[in-house]
Design a protein around this ligand. Structure first.
Ligand code: FPP
Ligand code: MG
Length: 315
């Protein structure tokens, strides 16, 4: 069967499996979590995982369990992240913390996390052990970001370090786990290091979108990083630019709606969004040869198209 048809079937099974898992929780808790996990998010992580599984010729039931685990753990982290960032809208609907308060948001996150662990347990003991490590990394990354909030003293390397932890750790886990279950010869380091790069790429694009995408397209309001005093790549590049620095410092951290419009104008005038996109492209170009080297060529070609689309996405 062509790789893309296999992907559609697998994604459908992953979606149904997620629905079954949260429905089994029953009662109000199941309903709240189902309303969240069941929102048709982009499922970028599940798609990435399934395509990587195809490129490594991993058995579909293993790839699908890894994809469900990734989605549930990712949802868990977003439920917590929205409490931390005061995120009130995601996927076009109010977040559980907006509707029911932070306590509910945190506990729903804990539940999603345990469900993600249960999916990993279907794969292997080693998958559970390494997922614990990945979530540890994610938490350290999120904490580092918390400590950096309000600081204008963030280097590009520091920014990548945080992204490699909070965003890449889950992609890296998927890569390592799928590599362990591949029957084909391949360079064992490629799937996890591809995951690190994919996570950073996704984070850069997400952070650019915080300045450029409307709520209708992103499902969450723009300007959250700016208002929360979270310095991301375009802002770091503005700090490095003599001609932008003073203007940027005056806007940064402001909760006024016009601060976002002014930041957009400054960034497009000085080319900081383009420069951030250039960084993302540089990372993507560096990793595409690793994708091409994956052993099952049809899956590898689909994964290449997906990684390229992840870079170009406007959603
Ligand atoms: C979104 O970032 C958040 C993450 C990528 C990771 C958050 C990680 C944790 C809360 C620790 C792990 C916790 C568990 C339970 C697994 P963002 O704020 O840049 O994205 P956003 O703009 O979509 O909110
Ligand atoms: Mg957030």
């Amino acid at each position: 069967m062509p790789a893309i048809e296999t992907l559609d079937g697998s994604l459908d099974r992953v979606r149904k499996g997620l629905e079954r898992r949260v429905a089994a929780l029953g009662g109000r808790v199941g309903d709240h979590l189902a309303a969240y996990v069941g929102q048709p998010g982009k499922m970028l992580r599940a798609r990435y995982t399934l395509l990587l599984g195809l490129a490594l010729d991993v058995r579909p039931e293993v790839s699908e369990a890894v994809a469900r685990s990734v989605e549930l753990t990712h949802n868990a982290s977003l439920l917590h992240d929205d409490c931390i960032d005061e995120g009130l809208t995601r996927r076009g609907v109010p977040t559980p913390n907006a509707l029911f308060g932070d306590r509910t948001g945190i506990l729903l996150g804990d539940l999603a996390f345990t469900q993600g662990m249960a999916e990993a347990a279907l794969v292997s003991g080693e998958a559970v052990r390494s997922l614990v490590e990945a979530v540890h990394e994610m938490t350290v990354g999120e904490l580092q970001e918390e400590f950096l909030k309000g600081s204008l003293n963030v280097s590009v390397e520091g920014y990548y370090g945080v992204a490699a932890r909070k965003t890449s750790a889950l992609f890296e886990w998927a890569g390592r786990t799928l590599s362990d279950h591949s029957p084909l010869e391949h360079r064992r380091d490629d799937p996890p290091r591809l995951g690190v790069a994919a996570g950073i790429l996704l984070q850069i694009v997400d952070d650019i979108h915080d300045f450029t995408l409307s709520e209708a397209l992103a499902g969450k309001p723009p300007g959250q990083d700016l208002h929360n005093g979270r310095l991301t790549l375009p802002g770091i590049l503005a700090m490095d630019d003599e001609a932008s620095r003073e203007r940027w410092i005056r806007l940064w951290g402001s909760r006024e709606p016009e601060a976002l419009t002014k930041a957009q104008a400054l960034f497009s005038e000085r080319g900081h969004l383009e420069a951030a996109r250039g960084e993302a492209r540089r990372i993507m170009d560096a990793v595409l040869p690793w994708v091409d080297a994956l052993p099952a060529k049809e899956g590898a070609a689909e994964l290449r198209a997906f990684v390229t689309a992840m870079f170009r996405r406007e959603f």
